[in-house]
Design a protein around this ligand. Structure first.
Ligand code: SAH
Ligand code: SF4
Length: 366
């Protein structure tokens, strides 16, 4: 049976005016070439945008006055608009971004003592239909462009006046299935890691997938790529297929084979994310099967107590069960962490990312 994720997701429409924000080096060179300027002007734009993080043409003092004036007149410099920002008690801020076509996605800014972690969206909605996930219930609306992915990072760093040099971690754990948008994801990865720009080290970027094996295999072919996290979430095919439709196409055996074949660097581990749904995925037997699954490759486990959202029908686990599973897994020799959902009190925790008005209703189109 054809699956929603077999098809490429719809793409962003093209805007009337070009927008330099979020473009990569090659596109910026093409942009200036179309204005009759030499390619190195494109490199200057790249450095101004991503190293200096300038967001107004007047700041581009390295360019000639004449070029700046033309850019102001002909080219936009517009990052996704922050239309809503809510800071929770733990210091993390959930941002709602409005894109050029009015669609909205969310990102979360999480400051820690030694770094900041940004949770990013890769698509508007998601095609994968996981039953416990609010985004999954929206259906797929469209892919984010590479520029829109980069734009979330820039908009958040600029909004929080993030100082240059302070480490930035990126996790693609917001809206969407990143491997269903791999081309744009990798283009954005190229811009974000470019040493002439933000220079975020590849090892600080993690892509979380529901288990799109074709995408895992393709990502493994890139010489430079993000780290991989797999949302395992259940330990038997029957259970996993019930809550994650993708498992009906690539089951646990197929997943285990893809992860074992994934080319890791020395010291690199694959993160196994595991959402704890009370009475559904949080049994001690699940813990034992999870430990067995993780034997096939270098792994670490991230337990995620379910974040309740309206109408999901699932409940978070008991605290005592989280502790018991944590111990069971560490006794099995696995590094384990528990994601204490930052921003939960403002519905910004991953998995609660759904925009009102974009939710797919029974009679509405996605
Ligand atoms: N689509 C990708 C990345 C976005 S979801 C993926 O599924 O991996 C990021 C993480 O949030 C996934 O591990 C997913 O299983 C988890 N998640 C989704 N809904 C959740 C919820 N309501 N509570 C807790 N975690 C949830
Ligand atoms: Fe999509 Fe991930 Fe939500 Fe599943 S958990 S529906 S893959 S965003």
């Amino acid at each position: 049976m054809a699956q929603l994720w077999d098809q490429p997701a719809p793409e962003a429409g093209s805007a009337a005016r070009p927008n330099a924000a979020g473009l990569g080096a090659a596109d910026l060179k093409a942009l200036v070439a179309a204005m009759g300027e030499p390619a190195w002007r494109g490199s200057q734009l790249f450095e101004g945008l991503y190293r200096q993080r300038w967001d107004r043409w007047e700041q581009f003092s390295i360019l000639s006055k004449a070029l700046r004036t033309r850019l102001e007149a002909e080219v936009d410099l517009a990052w996704p608009t922050l239309v809503q920002s809510q800071t929770s008690d733990d210091g993390s801020t959930k941002h709602v971004f409005e894109l050029a076509d009015g669609k909205q996605v969310e990102g979360v800014f999480m400051p820690y003592a030694d770094r900041v972690t940004l949770c990013l969206s890769s698509q508007v909605g998601c095609a994968m239909g996981c039953t416990f996930c609010a985004t999954g219930q929206m259906g797929i609306v469209r892919n984010l462009s590479a520029a829109e992915i980069v734009g979330q990072v820039m908009a958040m760093l600029n909004h929080h006046e993030h100082p240059e040099g302070r480490p930035v971690n990126l996790v693609f754990m917001g809206m969407g299935e990143p491997l269903h948008n791999l081309d744009h994801l990798m283009a954005a990865f190229g811009v974000l890691t470019d040493p002439k720009g933000l220079a975020i080290p590849p090892r600080r970027i993690t892509v979380s997938t529901s288990g799109l094996v074709s995408g895992i295999e393709r990502m493994g072919t890139f010489a430079k790529r993000p780290r991989l996290a797999l949302s395992l979430n259940a330990t038997t095919d029957v259970r996993r297929s019930l809550i994650m439709p993708v498992n009906r196409v690539w089951n646990l055996e197929a997943l285990a084979a893809a992860l074992a074949a994934f080319p890791l660097q020395s010291g690199e581990r694959i993160t196994l994310e595991y959402v704890l749904l009370k009475g559904v995925t949080d049994g001690l037997e699940d813990g034992r099967r999870l430990a067995a699954f993780a034997q096939g490759f270098p792994a670490k486990v991230n337990l995620i107590p379910f974040n309740p959202h309206e109408g999901s029908g699932f409940e978070p686990p008991e605290e005592s069960r989280i502790g018991a599973l944590c111990r069971l897994l560490s006794d099995a020799g696995l590094p384990v962490s528990v994601r204490r959902s930052r921003g939960q009190d403002v519905a910004g925790a991953c998995g609660q990312l759904v925009r009102e008005g974009q939710r797919r209703g029974p009679s509405k189109e996605a």
